[in-house]
Design a protein around this ligand. Sequence first.
Ligand code: 6GU
Length: 250
Amino acid sequence: MRIDVVTIFPGVFPGPLGVGTLGRARERGLVDLAVWDLREFSSDRHRTVDDIPYGGGAGMVMAPEPLVRAVEAIRAARTAGGHSESPAVVLTTPQGERLTQARARTLAARPHLIVVCGRYEGVDERVVEVLEAEEVSIGDYVLSGGELAAMVIIEAVARLVPGVVGDAESVARDSFSEGLLDHPSYTRPAVFRGRAVPEVLLSGHHEAIRRWRAREALRRTLLRRPDLIDEAALDAEARAFLTELRNRDG
Ligand code: 6GU
């Protein structure tokens, strides 16, 4: 997968995207990350990329021309490189649809993403229309710039590219993949500061362990993220656990 990032802070990349799973994926050529300095696409000598808002008010607005020019340059470079499918353009903004595992999966299916880092005050609305950009937010809080949000989106998407995470089963089992939070995990020692690992995990009884994990995942989700329960596709066992948990704790 090819990922191009457009930003006014190119120096912050690759940052965390250069290490660990994604760092290795880039070394192996599974993910090709390129970073573009938006100011290179400005047409004035001060390399301006923003302007005051029409209608007045605080804050600056990212001007349309440099952004559109940058994305068109990236598209042209890619077409010249022989790639036919048009890239998905993602614009980071708190006004966007919230990033979910489902959205990450959809984006991971595309061979080419262009991620435009917006700034909090906003981007000229016509950029979204002209580039047919998908506006994505990473949650209900405010970041001053879209760079960290872009990194979050890229990290979530890239690890779904086949081969990036060695153990495909671990990807399939991650929190949210099945619509629920993960069960608790333990490693050695068996007793830590007087706290023992749940007995069943030491039992070697695989079916009992599987049932315990399924139940604990449900318990946590019910407690911390009840909103996910309504959306999750629960099998008969999970629905039975849920009834039990609700009757006991409720
Ligand atoms: Cl995508 N950008 C900014 N600036 N703030 C955010 C965000 C994005 N998502 C949540 N807060």
